[in-house]
Design a protein around this ligand. Structure first.
Ligand code: SF4
Length: 706
């Protein structure tokens, strides 16, 4: 019998990045508690974090040994690890030789640890020679990233969690924090209790649990956020509620934005948004005239065909009013996934290189190539998530390696994704669970370790790097993600570049982290001074944390100097544009999608425990009673919701929380619970032209009795 022990780690769900204490005994996890010493949560956990132990206590559904199919129609059959790894390496190398490096693609996950991500990125860009590595973080934060880079000059929020305690006005836009980031939401509630008079403005088409607690709820029409923010800026300019010193001393481009918003007075903006003009003006006044205004935003801004513009229009407000770089003030994107930030740090996406370097920069490519000891890093742009699967369908990409994510459920236009997976010459799926929608298309299944078994680091929404530690061994033959990738990488290197020094010599995640942090030296996210020892002795730390510093940086740009070449933040003129697919007589409803309180993503983990269903036991399509009455529909009716791209059947739930003309469906429910792949059957594949993030937050649909 093993001794009971406690292991400090990090929750694997949202980007709040709460510290957890995992109790284990005899190789089994027996309980999970909040870590009182973790700065992100000080011991608090939400319902998802509290249920981690139950989700880890059974191996049901886990992928326990490698498997492959001799032919597409055959079932997956067990195979030993060496045969599986040899097979994957040989097939991928063969595709590279026959069709070139860009015929291979990697689709990975914001739930991988930074070390896993690093090795995947090195395999794609360093060994194979393609930038075709993208991640489900493309569906999560890429519009926020593009917004920060265009306006402030660098990726990553300027703010920290402590700002929630100091803000006098909080603008929550496109985020149901009460469900999606519950521990931060509780902190915000506590801050309002401690400082009565703190105001919340919530921008959301629905009356969510977060919106219900707002001092001012702006239920805008889906997709009209840019009109709202431009209208607010117009009002601020008219009233003179600007910060001329900040505009003159720390920014550039204000005149162009001032000219652009001339066409969007509050009356016009309010009409576009479907809200009262006086509410828009009230929001503008609170935003500008409060001592400290903090914006918290998430998928409602990012998952849009003009998500970058939404981010930029909001940041314009902060720059114009000087609400940035001070305690309680600034734009603060809330990361959806636990490690979307860490993936960007290592450059694990199709549009970036390691340590926030640019693929388009010859200098940056040369630095990375020299560091890795490879001839060159490709200057050909990689394929972002939606384009990657479209290229798989057209045959431009022949082989795909998917890790720790379920694109057959989470990408838009699921019928097209299924066609792409069927068309591929080779689909490798690296997964902890054997029964996800995507595993059904795998030619090879590589069983991966999961939360409670993994070792490495993650970075949360406030740029804080925390350790993820293993409490138990993985079940069956499952292995760490980084190790699987390194083992295939070594085999591929022997085939493609025999005799060259080993690119994947790692024995531990610590060695990978050390290589990663060496690549960050001199960059905006420099963590040269941060290693596993320091994380061990002093706990989670924020970046940047260069060598020689005693701590990381809590708040960026406090000196009014930004990360652009000129040191000035850049105002960006972003006129309002409508959603990609407008409603019509045939498809008259706006459909938005979002999260439930107790479920996570595609439910591969939370969907296995009964208590996660007590809050929302069944999938539903939410509709306003007035719309239902006009169509002769009743609560509980089975209805068919259809767009031009796809359709599915759901039970109707009548609620006044969605406005007339709009519908809502949760994104979690998958083929195990439905007669389809989920609500993304209906969502269109339109993407933002700057961030390539798809418009999962809006589809034009019709509804009829099934
Ligand atoms: Fe986990 Fe997020 Fe809940 Fe914290 S708030 S316990 S990180 S799901």
């Amino acid at each position: 019998m093993g001794e009971p022990r406690t292991t400090a780690s990090t929750c694997c769900y949202c980007g709040v990045g709460c510290g957890v204490l995992i109790d284990s005994e005899d190789g089994r996890i027996t309980g999970v508690r909040g870590d009182p010493d973790h700065p992100a949560n000080a011991g608090r956990l939400c319902s998802k974090g509290l249920s981690l132990a139950q989700t880890a206590q059974s191996d049901a559904g886990r992928a326990l040994r490698p498997a492959w199919r001799p032919r597409r129609e055959a079932p997956l059959a067990p195979v030993d690890w060496d045969t599986a790894l040899d097979h994957v390496a040989a097939r991928l190398a063969d595709v590279v030789r026959r069709h070139g490096p860009d015929a291979v693609a990697f689709y990975v996950s914001g739930q991988l640890l930074t070390e896993d991500y690093y090795v995947f990125n090195k395999l794609a860009k360093g060994l194979v020679g393609t930038n075709n590595i993208d991640t489900n973080s493309r569906l999560c934060m890429s519009s926020a990233v593009t917004g920060y880079k265009l306006s402030l000059g660098a990726d990553g929020p300027p703010t920290c969690y402590e700002d929630l305690d100091h803000a006098d006005t909080v603008l929550i836009a496109g985020s149901n924090m009460a469900y999606a980031h519950p521990v931060l939401y509780r902190r915000l509630e506590a801050a309002r209790e401690a400082r009565p008079g703190t105001r919340w403005i919530v921008v959301d088409p629905r009356r969510t649990d977060t919106a219900a607690m707002a001092d001012l709820h702006l239920p805008i029409q889906p997709g009209t956020d840019v009109a709202l923010f431009n209208g607010m800026l117009h009002h601020l300019i008219w009233e003179g509620w600007l910060d001329p010193d900040h505009i003159a001393g720390s920014t550039e481009g204000f005149d162009a934005v001032k000219r652009m918003v001339r066409d969007t007075p509050p009356s016009v903006a309010a009409a576009l948004c479907g809200i009262r003009e006086r509410d828009l003006c009230q929001a503008a006044e609170w935003f500008a005239r409060s001592p400290a205004t903090l914006s918290l935003y998430c998928m409602g801004l990012n998952q849009s065909s003009h998500g970058t513009d939404k981010n930029l229009a909001l940041i314009n407000l902060h720059l114009a009013t000087g609400q940035i770089g001070r305690a309680g003030a600034g734009p603060f994107s809330l990361t959806g996934q636990p490690n979307a930030m860490g993936g960007r740090e290592v450059g694990g996406m199709a549009t970036m290189l390691a340590a926030h370097r640019d693929i388009a920069s010859q200098t940056d490519r040369a630095e990375v190539a020299a560091f890795w000891g490879v001839d060159a890093v490709s200057d050909r742009p990689g394929l972002a998530a939606v384009d990657m699967f479209q290229a798989l369908e057209t045959g431009k990409v022949k082989a795909i390696w998917i890790a720790c994510t379920n694109p057959a459920h989470s990408l838009p236009d699921l019928a097209a994704v299924r066609r792409a997976l069927r068309r591929a010459e080779l689909v490798v799926v690296q997964e902890a669970y054997a029964d996800t929608d995507t595993v059904a298309y795998a030619d090879v299944l590589l069983p991966a370790s999961s939360w409670g078994e993994k070792d490495g680091t993650v970075t949360n929404s406030e740029r804080r790097i925390s350790r993820v530690r293993p409490a138990v061994a993985p079940p069956g033959q499952a292995r760490a993600d980084w190790r699987i990738v390194a083992e295939v990488g070594r085999r591929m290197q022997a085939l493609l570049r025999p005799g060259t020094p080993d690119l994947f010599p790692y024995r531990t995640p610590r060695e990978i982290f050390d290589e990663h942090r060496a690549l960050t030296r001199g960059r905006d996210l420099d963590i040269g001074g941060l290693d596993y020892e320091l994380l061990e002795t002093r706990g989670p730390q924020q970046w940047p944390f260069p060598a020689g510093q005693a701590t990381g940086l809590a708040r960026r740009y406090a000196d009014g100097r930004y990360a652009t070449a000129s040191g000035r933040a850049r105002f960006q003129p972003v006129p309002y544009r409508p959603v990609a697919v407008a409603t019509s007589a045939r498809h008259p409803f706006h459909l938005t999608t979002g999260r439930l309180r107790d479920q996570w993503h595609g439910m591969s983990r939370t969907g296995r425990i009964a208590q996660a269903f007590s809050h929302a036991p069944d999938p539903t399509l939410d509709m306003h009673p007035a719309d239902a009455s006009r169509r002769g529909l009743a609560d509980g009716d089975l209805v068919r919701v259809a767009s031009r791209d796809g359709a599915m059947v759901l039970p109707l739930r009548l609620t006044e929380d969605v406005p007339p003309g709009s519908l809502f469906a949760a994104m979690h429910w998958n083929a195990q619970f439905l007669n389809s792949g989920g609500i993304n059957e209906v969502c269109n594949a339109a993407v933002d032209d700057k961030s390539f993030q798809p418009e999962l937050k809006h589809s034009a649909v019709r509804v009829e009795k099934a």
